[in-house]
Unconditional design. Structure first.
Length: 117
């Protein structure tokens, strides 16, 4: 991976242009470089931040945007950045949290209601 100091995103090592901002100032990441992890709703981010605090993973967040979804109130979103040395661990936490939320949102199918009679 290559690091863009302009936008703090990681890019494919086979390119010489940042895939996020187009900068040509890519370089190898250093352990303490703040790296973009994700942009998510504040509810998801607060849970992820709690998990990162439990694992002693430093992070920073900043306001990303205020989005409006049809028939839904405005949703505040945050960008999360972590030091490069914690990127893999943080990414796995986010993936695990997302998978857990997805399975929670699918609802429960008990054996009694599964259609097997």
């Amino acid at each position: 991976m290559l690091y863009c100091p302009d936008c703090m995103h990681l890019s494919d090592p086979d390119t010489d242009i940042c895939s996020n901002c187009g900068s040509r100032r890519l370089r190898a990441p250093k352990d303490n470089d703040p790296v973009y992890l994700l942009t998510e709703s504040t509810e998801f981010v607060h849970t992820l931040q709690w998990l990162m605090e439990q694992d002693k993973i430093p992070y920073m967040d900043k306001n990303a945007e205020l989005t409006t979804k049809p028939y839904v109130m405005n949703v505040r979103r945050l960008d999360i950045f972590v030091p490069y040395s914690f990127y893999g661990q943080s990414l796995q936490l986010a993936k695990d949290l997302f998978a857990a939320e997805q399975s929670e949102n699918k609802g429960f199918v008990s054996e009694e209601n599964s259609g097997e009679e």
